[in-house]
Each structure stands twice: as C-alpha cells, then as structure tokens.
Design a binder for this molecule. Structure first.
Ligand SMILES: Nc1ncnc2c1ncn2[C@@H]1O[C@H](COP(=O)(O)OP(=O)(O)OP(=O)(O)O)[C@@H](O)[C@H]1O
Ligand SMILES: [Mg+2]
Length: 198
C-alpha cells in the first residue's frame, strides 16, 4: 500500500505482513493511525473497568491476549495474536509462550509472598512483559495498561499517572520513559516506578 510510518525512538517497525493487517484502509498517516488506536484503547479501558477481575484470571496468557485484542481489534487483524517474526526489541518469537509463563508464575509468587510492594510488582511486570514483546505492535501501551490493571484489580490501589501522557509523541516525557526502561534493563527498576507514579 506504499504507506511509510515514521518510527519514533524506542518503537518497533512493522513488517509488510503486519502492515497488511491494517483493517482501516483509509489510514494514510501515523497521526491517523495513532487516533484510531487511541479510540480503540478507550473502548478497552471501558471494558476493563466494568468487570471485576480476579488475580487468577488476570495473570494468564488468555487475559494478556484478550486485553491486546480489545485494545487494537478495530485497527489490526492480528490484535491479540503473538508475533511470529523477530523484532529489534524482544526475545526470539518462539520463546514468547514459555517466557510469558515464567513471568506470570514469578508475578503470582511475588504477590503470594509479598516480595515487593504493589507498585513494584506492577512495574516489574510491565518491564518484563514489554521486554518479551509478545505482539507485533502495541506492546508499550498494553504493558502500561497491564500495570494499571494489576494496581487496581489485584491490589485495590490507584492506577499510575504516567506523567499524564500516552507517550505517543517523541518528546521530553517519552525520552524520560525510554531512559527509565533502559535503567530497568540494567537492573534498576526505581526510575521506572518513579516515572509511572508522577
Ligand atoms: N530499551 C528498551 N528496553 C525495553 N523496552 C523498550 C526499550 N525501548 C523501547 N521499549 C518498549 O517498547 C515499547 C514500544 O513497543 P511497541 O511499538 O510494540 O509499543 P507501542 O504501544 O506501539 O508503543 P508505545 O509504547 O510508544 O505506545 C515502548 O513503549 C517501550 O515500552
Ligand atoms: Mg508501536
């Protein structure tokens, strides 16, 4: 379709097959794509807040996929399906299922044993899931929504403020966010927690 998006720092490009999966053929710019995705995500937020989710339901591969589907199904045919291609961010795609299972098991363990405070459980989960990079795209927004769902539905706490930003624009706030992720890659989770809380 000859459509070229620009990729901002810390974003994964789509390959041709994934671009084919665009459901709304009238989209020609990154800005239009951002807007359609944002509308779809707002519907997904409505869906999550009208249901009282239990821990056993949230920390499953099914819920992870269902949430991605709800967030992006109006825009992308592959919404809710794990990727089958390699990306510049993320583990080899063949390892996604097993690594996600490890993460879900670790998270249940942290909760049961009160290993970390709620905000740290949510942000460690967010960082690990976005590092796995389960989906062809939309992983960052999905991981941030998962962190909020963990806070609200598992711990009964307020959701994060994320610097009052959806981080779509490549600005100062997004740079701070990417730097905090890099710190987390190096084993220091604190800046990402602070970023999320402020
Ligand atoms: N160095 C990094 N280490 C870990 N994760 C990273 C790094 N750079 C980027 N990321 C993550 O990858 C995400 C981008 O992936 P993807 O494009 O699939 O998500 P998105 O939802 O479309 O983007 P965004 O997060 O910008 O809304 C970023 O949000 C960030 O969470
Ligand atoms: Mg993206």
């Amino acid at each position: 379709m000859g459509l070229e998006f620009d990729y901002k720092d810390g974003q994964t490009p789509l390959d041709e097959e994934e671009k084919e999966g665009l459901k709304i053929k009238s989209i020609t710019t990154q800005g239009e794509l951002d807007d359609f995705e944002q509308l779809n995500i707002e519907k997904a937020v409505e869906w999550t807040i009208h249901i009282k989710w239990k821990v056993e339901k949230i920390l499953t591969e099914k819920f992870i996929k269902d949430l991605h589907k709800k967030m992006y199904e109006d825009v992308w045919k592959w919404a809710g399906e794990f990727r089958r291609t390699e990306k510049n961010i993320g583990i080899p795609w063949t390892q996604i299922g097993i690594e996600l299972k490890n993460l879900l098991d670790d998270t249940k363990y942290w909760i049961e044993n009160k290993t970390f405070p709620p905000e740290e459980v949510a942000i460690r989960f967010k960082h690990r899931i976005v590092s796995i990079h389960c989906f062809p795209n939309g992983n960052g927004r999905h991981s941030r929504m998962m962190a909020d769902i963990i806070m609200e539905s598992i711990f009964g706490e307020e959701i994060f403020s994320w610097h009052q930003s959806n981080m779509i624009k490549p600005n100062e706030t997004r740079n701070k966010y990417i730097n905090a992720l890099r710190e987390a890659d190096n084993g220091n989770i604190t800046p990402l927690i602070e970023f999320a809380k402020n």
